[in-house]
Design a protein around this ligand. Structure first.
Ligand code: X2X
Length: 339
């Protein structure tokens, strides 16, 4: 990374002094559109690496008219707060899991149903196809907008400080942090766990202080967020796939002339394609690194977990909530019956 004003801004955001620094260093020829992109990921996560490349290109291709400043690591607030900000216009762009987004757009969580996707070969055609189009339309109905291409978070794995999860019985009474969303709470309640809804900004501390014994996230996050410092066991449950929609405040977006919208949309979507590859390969190759940090891995058979959800009525309950039309879109995307 070259040492220039923009990398300084990005670096200072990580240190938590972004706002004051940004004001002090604003150049005389400020951009016409100064927008913020908030996210919950560490600077080292491919989300921020690829977003930085995208905003640099946007600045250049717009001849300096669109300056997007990145605020990583929940600097502008926890996810549920920033969701309010992107609705009100306090933040112009925000990346959010479809499952957390469901607190505002209920059917957005459809793509996160437990064990729906077997692997990425079904994920991308679905999210770039009918399932993604359905969800984007649901988001628009609520007055928000999103970029076309969803970014990758990955298949989620359970980690614990107490012991490996080998079967559904090991999840019973397990104190697990889940993101703030009824789908997550419902799923781990169906396993008989004790789920606690905690925003990502608080996860490290919650694990460190023992408020919860475990959490679930893709391996890239265990690495970039250093959760290996406070967790010992990783169980490769692959229990759900998760991504990040890049939400846009409608008013801020419509204030951009069409050619600038095009520049922003194109660069974010191109960055998404690269970020998907980066994160997918990290999630496939990080096991060795995490073992080097003292984590131990096991890979349980997924079938008993799915069976437990089925017998607890999880699938029929959510089919009822989403409705038959949405459920049919999901089943056709994953290519099989889920309930
Ligand atoms: O909160 C989480 O666990 C994270 C980072 O995976 C999401 O944004 C859903």
């Amino acid at each position: 990374m070259t040492f220039n004003r923009r990398s300084l801004l990005l670096g200072s955001a990580a240190a938590g002094i972004a706002t004051t620094f940004a004001i002090r260093t604003r150049p005389a020829h400020a951009a016409e559109f100064n927008y913020k992109f908030a996210n919950n990921q560490a600077l080292s996560h491919p989300m921020n690496v690829r977003a930085k490349e995208a905003v640099d290109k946007i600045l250049e291709q717009s001849s300096g008219r669109v300056a997007i400043q990145i605020f990583p690591s929940s600097q502008l607030g926890a996810d549920t707060d920033v969701l309010s900000q992107v609705r009100s216009g306090g933040v112009e762009f925000f990346s959010l899991s479809p499952i957390i987004l469901s607190t505002f757009v209920p059917n957005a969580s459809l793509s996160g149903i437990g064990f729906a996707f077997p692997d990425h070969s079904k994920v991308w055609p679905a999210m770039d196809g009918a399932l993604g189009a359905y969800v984007r339309a649901e988001i628009e109905k609520k007055g928000l907008l999103t970029m076309e291409k969803i970014w990758e978070n990955g298949f989620r794995q359970v980690s614990s400080s107490k012991g490996p999860i080998g079967s559904p019985a090991d999840l019973e009474n397990f104190k697990i942090r889940v993101p703030v969303s009824p789908l997550w709470t419902s799923m781990f309640s169906a396993f008989g766990s004790a789920p606690a809804s905690i925003n990502f900004a608080e996860v490290y501390t919650a694990l460190q202080t023992g408020v919860v014994d475990g959490q679930e996230n893709p391996l890239a996050i265990l690495s970039t967020h250093k959760l290996f410092e406070v967790q010992k066991f990783v169980s490769m449950t692959n229990h759900m796939w998760d991504g990040f929609w890049i939400l846009k405040n409608r008013r801020a977006w419509q204030a951009l002339p069409e050619d600038l919208q095009q520049i922003v949309e194109t660069n974010f979507n191109a960055a998404a394609m690269l970020q998907r590859q980066d994160v997918e390969s990290l999630n496939e190759t990080l096991r060795g690194e995490l073992e080097g940090h003292g984590m131990s891995f096991n890979t349980p058979d997924a079938e008993p977990f799915q069976e437990k959800l089925r017998s607890a009525g999880f699938y029929s309950e959510w089919k009822g909530k989403y409705g038959d039309e949405a459920w049919a879109i999901l089943e056709s995307a994953v290519g099989r019956s889920l309930s």
